[in-house]
Write a protein of this length. Structure first.
Ligand code: S3P
Length: 448
């Protein structure tokens, strides 16, 4: 399947430059976690800056279905009345997590520590994605799973009345898997440890502490990063201020950085170092990205990004950087298409199991727009056009918001416009993207 049922194709026409000030939507990872921890806490949690994209709204509905009170109190403002750790109750219907892998996997961790059965499902994209990565550790903690062939959704999870604390070394660098284990560990006696060979985003650890959880992190030199959560936990409702999402800001940043004459400011963007690999890479490519007004908001580092366009050069992205920019390779490929020389991205096999097979989707989209690239099971090399790439293609987005936004950005930067088959999925992470881009000078509109 390449588009949602009522596909809305759009064309992004070439422009000279983008200019202006914008604010990226709330961080998706933190928004999911704020709702989930709010539901597991005692008392009231007030969230501001919550991403009101479909993925997060599904998590809000899931927490409600599991017994928490979740209420919208204003734009980006949500109040959660939690049920306490282990205090959620059996939902009366299937929980549909839409397009969201993060929602599905984090909530699987929560359900694994509750002694009732829940059925979870998702859209065609999510139903293709592997769930064994959470099933394996959560079964070791005592939960039972029943799923379709290949560990795909729909899936039934029967949680353990008393989950076992485990020590688990992650076979893949995945914040979702780490988080699932830690969340279930809240309900276990003793200490639960997740060991990650490569550090991944640490929002679960940080936010657990903010809610009064006891989490320790050790950087073992040979064994990786060791994260331990104390079980039989008690979480207390807190206020959470969600910063702008660096993964969403990435589309605006590349649209500006790759076009000489562009000059934008993106305000209030999270710059947690475990999320900013793209910005490091773009700077290595010669991009002018300046962090202004750096500050701490809700315990996370935040800055306004000033980006001025210029010429970029291709680079080799080290594989160990992948976890800190895992969602940004599609938009990096667009920057690479405008650069001089080749950009080599290695160690990126995880992109094959995202909302789409992103290596295949990006390679196909680049080829359709006259851009050379080479794909292996674990790498992508983009041959830069040293300026505007040809463009002119119509790209299949495969129910993947980041493929959609990446190729709309390509249209702005190319010689000829780029069409995509559907803008619908963009609402999962960046509602208002088209309007915001057009406000900065892009020319994106509906086509037949
Ligand atoms: C996320 C982790 C990443 C990322 C996803 C959000 C999270 O997935 O791709 O968009 O919020 O924990 P993996 O943990 O599978 O790498």
């Amino acid at each position: 399947m390449s588009a949602s049922a009522t596909a809305r194709p759009h064309l992004s026409a070439p422009i000279d430059a983008i200019q202006g000030t914008a604010r990226a939507p709330g961080d998706k990872s933190m928004s999911h976690r704020a709702l989930i921890l709010g539901a597991l806490a005692i008392g009231e949690t007030n969230v501001s800056g919550l991403l009101e994209g479909d993925d997060v709204l599904r998590t809000a509905a899931a927490m409600r279905a599991l017994g928490a009170e979740v209420e919208r109190t204003g734009e980006g403002r949500w109040k959660v009345l939690g049920r306490g750790v282990g205090g959620l109750s059996e939902p009366s219907d299937v929980i549909d997590l839409g397009n969201s892998g993060t929602g599905a996997r984090l909530i699987a961790g929560v359900l694994a520590g509750h002694p009732f059965t829940t059925f979870i499902t998702g859209d065609a994209s999510l139903r293709r994605r592997p769930m064994a990565r959470v099933r394996v550790p959560l079964e070791r903690m005592g939960a039972k799973f029943l799923s379709r062939a290949g560990d795909r959704l729909p899936m039934a999870i029967t949680g353990a009345a008393r989950p076992l604390p485990i020590e688990y070394t992650l076979p893949v660098a995945s914040a979702q898997v780490k988080s699932a284990v830690l969340l279930c560990g809240l309900m276990a006696p003793g200490e639960t440890t997740a060991i990650e060979p490569e550090p991944t985003r640490d929002h679960t650890e940080n936010m657990l502490r903010h809610f009064g959880g006891v989490v320790t992190v050790k950087d073992g030199r040979t064994s990786g990063r060791i994260v331990t959560v104390k079980g039989d936990a008690e979480l207390i409702g807190r206020d959470v201020a969600v910063p702008g999402d660096p993964s969403s800001a990435a589309f605006l940043v590349v649209a500006a950085a790759a076009r000489p004459g562009s000059d934008i400011r993106v305000e209030g963007v999270g710059i947690n170092p475990l999320r900013t690999g793209l910005y490091t890479t773009l700077r290595e490519m010669g991009a002018e990205i300046v962090y202004q007004n750096e500050r701490l908001e809700g315990g996370e580092p935040v800055a306004d990004l000033r980006v001025r366009g210029g010429r970029l050069r291709g680079v080799a992205v080290p594989p160990e950087r992948a976890p800190s920019m895992i969602d940004e390779y599609p938009i990096l490929a667009i920057a690479a298409a405008c650069a001089s020389g080749e950009t080599v991205m290695q160690g990126v096999h995880e992109l094959r199991v995202k909302e789409s097979d992103r290596l295949a989707a990006v390679a196909a989209g680049l080829a359709l727009n006259g851009i050379g690239c080479r794909e292996t099971p674990d790498s992508l090399t983009v041959i830069g056009c040293n300026g505007r790439p040809p463009g002119g293609g119509r790209v299949a987005t495969h129910l993947d918001h980041r493929i959609a936004m990446s190729f709309l950005v390509l249209g702005a930067l190319a010689e000829k416009g780029v069409a995509i088959d559907d803008v619908g999925m963009i609402d999962t992470s960046f509602p208002g993207f088209v309007e915001l881009m057009n406000g900065l000078g892009a020319k994106i509109g509906a086509v037949a």
